[in-house]
Design a protein around this ligand. Sequence first.
Ligand code: AP5
Length: 215
Amino acid sequence: MKIILLGPPGAGKGTQAVNLAQKLKLAHISTGDLLRQNVSGGTDLGKQAKSYMEKGALVPDDLVTQMLQRRIQAQDVKKGFILDGYPRNIAQAKALDAMLKQENAAIDFAVYLEASEPVIIQRLTGRLVCKNCGANFHRKNMPPRVEMMCDKCGGTLYQRTDDNEATIKTRLEVYRKEVSALLQYYEAKRQLHRLNADEDADAVLNEIIRLAAKA
Ligand code: AP5
């Protein structure tokens, strides 16, 4: 099964993707996480991507698409995937379709996680991420059991450099420019489901699992 999670920054794409991947035994592919690994590893791609990410702008399509193409060919992805953070625009949506077509495959459905701005700001300014395993927490909504320590692996938690109000506003502007066309693209293919992502995370997860069971 191949599922795409679409939605604004802070809608919960990463949170849902991790849980879905575990429940449905699928690979979790996050282009944001892959890019951050490249930045911290100091790769050529990371060096090129860093300044875009710090500003909250999109990294150029060709760089992200090549990175995804490599990831999608990995063995653990053969069983299917939850894709989080890609596509961000029509060019990427078409590139993804073309990538999958080469393997006679296609996505099963896309979920649009709709979240309101005050919820987004509250979530992103309070988000904590594990340096070691990438698990997401929130200072108030989903606090770790021990302060600044990951419940899952004991790693240290940190705040993402792009989770400050100014960069969040830019990320939201970038997102709003592209989202209508992207939603129309999947609506025209009858592959889009919209969910209210302001809801509790477990309620959202159960709804996506229900959609997967019907697909
Ligand atoms: P990326 O890492 O993809 O960031 P994003 O899209 O801005 O999304 P976020 O990770 O901020 O939010 P999320 O929806 O995953 O929310 P989360 O689950 O963490 O991209 C970062 C950058 O990389 C981009 O700006 C761009 O530069 C570049 N990039 C990435 N992909 C690209 C592409 N395809 N093309 C070009 N450039 C690309 O949740 C947030 C917080 O809320 C957490 O603390 C969580 O605990 C909490 N939370 C989640 N759900 C709930 C809930 N239901 N109730 C209460 N709290 C919740």
